[in-house]
Design a protein around this ligand. Structure first.
Ligand SMILES: Cc1cc2nc3c(=O)[nH]c(=O)nc-3n(C[C@H](O)[C@H](O)[C@H](O)COP(=O)(O)O)c2cc1C
Length: 186
């Protein structure tokens, strides 16, 4: 890493080993604009939120929060569960954003993508996620919206995106995210 490199922290909303969203998240690293890098963070060690434990030390929570805090932006790649955000992802955001003085999402540029096996590509989850990040005062990139529909057909055998229109949307969103992150560095 060099000092001028823009680091974006990415995390996913699916815990499943064969997750299509995890493939999308990992492949996004190959589509980052020059001078930037995606650092993919795991979320599986984050405990269930309990306000009684807000001030308690937890290494997984501190690590993820600090990773986001030290990066110039974040990327969330999530499935849609029952027309909304997966419960565990909402929990991760709740845990990491509290106590509110430690919320790493405040003022931070962020981007969202979703992949689904259905024809709406997780759009409803994305809109709910945008609302959550409004509550946290993040700067979520509006466009392009990246909804990967019928996601089981969009990756090659090595787990890379193979659908050119999807790749263009992903690249455009990542470019916009990194441009926004640069503005926040000025
Ligand atoms: C609990 C559950 C609820 C789901 N609900 C939706 C849904 O509301 N909309 C949708 O498009 N797909 C839904 N799906 C299908 C997911 O799009 C599909 O399982 C997808 O592969 C999950 O993402 P992943 O591969 O990253 O784990 C649901 C799947 C599960 C397991």
């Amino acid at each position: 890493m060099n000092n001028r490199e823009i680091v974006i922290t990415g995390f996913g909303g699916s815990l499943r080993t064969g997750s299509l969203n995890l493939l999308l998240l990992k492949d996004a690293a190959n589509h980052m604009p020059a001078g930037s890098r995606l650092d993919v963070a795991g979320i599986s060690g984050i405990p269930i939120y309990n306000q009684d434990l807000e001030e308690a030390e937890n290494e997984s929570v501190t690590q993820l929060r600090e990773k986001i805090r030290h990066s110039k932006g974040f990327l969330v790649v999530t499935p849609e569960y029952n027309f909304s955000v997966p419960g565990y992802l909402k929990n991760v955001i709740d845990v990491v954003s509290r106590p509110s003085r430690l919320n790493p999402f405040t003022g931070k540029p962020g981007a969202i993508m979703s992949a689904s096996t259905g024809m709406l590509g997780g759009s409803r989850a994305q809109y709910h996620l945008r609302q959550i990040f409004t509550g946290l005062d993040s700067r979520i990139i509006n466009k392009p919206e990246v909804f990967v529909t019928f996601a089981q057909t969009k990756f090659d055998a090595d787990g890379h995106l193979k659908d050119e229109p999807t790749i263009k949307f992903v690249r455009d969103l990542l470019n916009n995210l990194v441009s926004e992150a640069k503005k926040h560095m000025e």
